[in-house]
Design a protein around this ligand. Structure first.
Ligand SMILES: NC(=O)c1ccc[n+]([C@@H]2O[C@H](COP(=O)([O-])OP(=O)(O)OC[C@H]3O[C@@H](n4cnc5c(N)ncnc54)[C@H](OP(=O)(O)O)[C@@H]3O)[C@@H](O)[C@H]2O)c1
Ligand SMILES: *[C@@H]1O[C@H](CO)[C@@H](O)[C@H](O)[C@H]1NC(C)=O
Ligand SMILES: *[C@@H]1O[C@H](CO)[C@@H](O)[C@H](O)[C@H]1NC(C)=O
Length: 294
């Protein structure tokens, strides 16, 4: 058993990693140089790290979250790290009008858009579902609906650049977990919506890629506080800077899904070839001709 744990698992893991990632082009940081990128939820945690990684690669960034002062600090650091330009626009994604106007303003600041990285979530604590319908609605609005609004507003610019939408989700958007039902529902919704839209884009020849990122536990302050004393897996949390890099890579390589975290075998177990096969077969039953004209 010890032998298995020590050698077979890591070797198997490497093999699988190779199997899953070798089919794709190689990532080069220059791919992001001069690219125009929006990052939401970028005042802290993974979003902040994404902004820094992009800056090191020489991208233009516009970041958003609610806390104006914190965002301004993020912007200064982005400029120190080498961002081609960096701006922030503060506001809440509970407000769909803000969401829409934010994208338009960001597009004007950068003169277009290549990548929309959707990452923010409303605050969530781990607890049994206690009939808090208000929190369910807020989770659906902030974690899901605003993502749709932001994508809709960005689509004209993304079509022009043959750009990318990157959606940050969670393993809780692929499998059931106790204590986070509203959060999980909002993350599952992202998969349903954005995977369906991806299929439509493919049929209607819209060359905008959609990458869903299924993350395991990451060492952000928020996550560490939320799980403290409640959840403790043997693999521990994965680092947020590496996580940010994998998210950017997934988007730049136009991958459909990425899995990142410390738990082994996750990509292999959750990638669900059965679903992919059903989706493929199912498409054959549609007469899509009358939807193809625009
Ligand atoms: N950390 C993990 O273990 C983990 C695991 C799986 C998936 N994820 C996913 O990774 C993403 C980032 O997570 P994180 O741990 O980095 O979270 P975080 O550190 O708490 O960051 C959340 C960001 O969202 C912003 N935000 C919160 N409420 C907002 C609102 N109403 N309107 C606009 N922005 C709002 C926050 O800034 P303000 O408070 O200033 O608004 C902050 O910038 C999320 O999509 C999460 O589901 C994380
Ligand atoms: C989110 O934060 C607000 C304001 O701090 C608080 O009133 C609310 O209870 C929090 N919600 C959850 C689900 O933790
Ligand atoms: C879609 O856009 C990408 C990125 O610009 C490009 O590499 C690819 O060739 C395009 N695909 C098609 C079918 O035009």
């Amino acid at each position: 058993m010890a032998f298995m744990k020590k050698y077979l698992l890591p070797i198997g893991g490497l093999f699988l990693a190779y199997f899953f990632y070798s089919a794709h082009d190689e990532f080069r940081p220059e791919m992001l140089q001069g690219k125009k990128v929006i990052v939401t939820g970028a005042s802290k945690g993974i979003g902040e790290e994404i902004a820094y990684q992009l800056s090191k690669m020489g991208a233009h960034v516009v970041v958003t979250a609610r806390s104006k002062e914190t965002l301004q600090k993020v912007v200064s650091h982005c400029l120190e790290l080498g961002a081609a330009s960096a701006h922030s626009i503060a506001g809440t994604m509970e407000d769909m009008t803000f969401a829409e106007q934010f994208v338009v303003q960001a597009g004007k600041l950068m003169g277009g858009l290549d990548m929309l990285i959707l990452n923010h979530i409303t605050n969530t604590s781990m607890s049994l579902f206690n009939n808090d319908i208000h929190h369910v609605r807020k989770s659906m609005e902030v974690n899901f609906l605003s993502y749709v609004v932001l994508s809709v507003a960005a689509l004209p610019m993304l079509k022009q650049s043959s750009g990318s939408i990157v959606v940050v989700s969670s393993l809780a958007g692929k499998m059931a977990n106790p204590l986070i039902a509203p959060y999980s529902a909002s993350k599952f919704a992202l998969d349903g919506f954005f995977s369906s839209i991806r299929t439509e884009y493919s049929i209607t020849k819209v060359n905008v890629s959609i990458t869903l990122c299924f993350l395991g536990l990451i060492n952000t302050e928020t996550a560490m506080k939320a799980i403290s004393g409640i959840y403790d897996d043997a693999s521990g949390p994965a680092p947020k800077d590496q996580c940010a890099l994998e998210i950017i890579k997934g988007g730049a390589l136009r991958q459909e899904e990425i899995y990142y975290g410390n738990i082994p075998w996750v990509a292999f177990l959750l990638r669900n070839p059965g679903r992919k096969f059903m989706e493929f077969l199912n498409l054959k039953s549609y007469n899509m001709d009358k939807f193809k004209t625009n």
